[in-house]
Design a protein around this ligand. Structure first.
Ligand SMILES: Nc1ncnc2c1ncn2[C@@H]1O[C@H](COP(=O)(O)OP(=O)(O)OP(=O)(O)O)[C@@H](O)[C@H]1O
Ligand SMILES: [Mg+2]
Length: 296
């Protein structure tokens, strides 16, 4: 693989817990090329957010590490913007000011005040939030907060955009619109993207590769799928292609098989995740049935 932008090597992550050390990740390895879109998919609690947090520099791996542009990642940096699973806006600032804070940090001395204003408004328009610029986080819905978080990350024009289930709380139409925006933005900027998702269709539509993680404890990369659908992708045409259905099937099979194993091996520490998994598994079973229908 040429032109490697980001390299995760031999990453272990142990969390201290009252019952002793808990190994969330073991020997996670991944090389990501510049401009590549990589999705991470796996069951709830397997360690997807932990991987992203390590790449963001928010967590330090217990063993191994991350190299970005040839340098070891030790801290967060402006070249890596993250959209968190649970939106993380400053509650005392308006939606506009939350984005402005990030934009000022990145573009100070490079953009004039007027240019910054225009840039913030442009990014807010991308996520359809231009009508709520002056609202504070406690005055808008969860999905709207998530959209502001996405606008803030996009406005930073990061080299690497880290997205942790960015569209999870959004209605289907807004979700589709934002997925399209993210594809367009990536085509324009050529930035590297790593996205955690539970949504198989979203992973196939957006990704160059899908990283499928095994269940925890000691989760790792179970398999990596290349999505060989040419870009730019148009969702309707893509959804009818053979390659789309092949990829969808591969991911579903991986998740479904792993879940089967997991149910037999479930441990006490997994019990709090069982409810989540049950719902997801039901969705996946439904999806498998749907895709069987399509193939037939
Ligand atoms: N700070 C922490 N302290 C202790 N355990 C943690 C901590 N953060 C995560 N874990 C554990 O590590 C494992 C992986 O967590 P993580 O949040 O990365 O999972 P995930 O794949 O993102 O799950 P979800 O899909 O539900 O968001 C889980 O078992 C979780 O309970
Ligand atoms: Mg998570």
């Amino acid at each position: 693989m040429t032109n490697i932008h980001l390299e995760i090597t031999g990453v272990n992550m142990d969390f201290p817990t009252p019952k002793g050390s808990f190994r969330a990740l073991e020997n996670v390895n991944l090389k990501v090329q510049k401009g590549e879109f990589v999705s991470i998919i796996g069951h709830s609690g397997c360690g997807k957010s932990t991987v992203l947090n390590i790449v963001a520099g928010l967590y330090q791996a217990t063993a191994g590490g991350v190299i970005l542009n040839g340098k070891e990642v030790r801290d967060p940096g402006p070249e890596r913007a993250m959209v968190f699973q649970n939106h993380s806006l400053l509650p005392w600032l308006s939606a506009y000011e939350n984005v402005e804070l990030a934009v000022k940090t990145i573009f100070k001395g490079k953009k004039s005040k007027a240019e910054m204003k225009e840039w913030i408004e442009h990014n807010m328009q991308l996520v359809h939030m231009e009508h709520a610029l002056d609202k504070r986080p406690d005055e808008i819905s969860g999905g709207m907060k998530q959209r502001v978080g996405i606008a803030r990350a996009l406005a930073m024009e990061p080299e690497v955009l880290l997205l942790d289930e960015p569209f999870g709380a959004l209605d289907a139409l807004t979700r589709a619109h934002l997925q399209d925006s993210v594809m367009e933005i990536q085509a324009d900027l050529g930035n590297t993207m790593m996205m955690v998702t539970h949504d198989v269709d979203e992973a196939v539509l957006l990704s160059d590769r899908i990283v499928m993680m095994t269940n925890g404890p000691a989760a790792t990369v179970g398999d990596i799928l290349d999505v060989e659908i040419p870009k730019p992708r148009e969702r309707l045409a893509v959804s009818e292609s053979k390659e789309y259905n092949r990829c969808r099937h591969e991911v579903l099979r991986f998740l479904y098989d792993r879940h089967g194993k997991k149910t037999k091996e479930a441990t006490h520490s997994d019990l709090d995740l069982v409810a989540d998994k049950k719902i997801e598994t039901e969705n996946w079973v439904v999806s498998i049935n749907k895709s069987k229908d399509k193939v037939a």
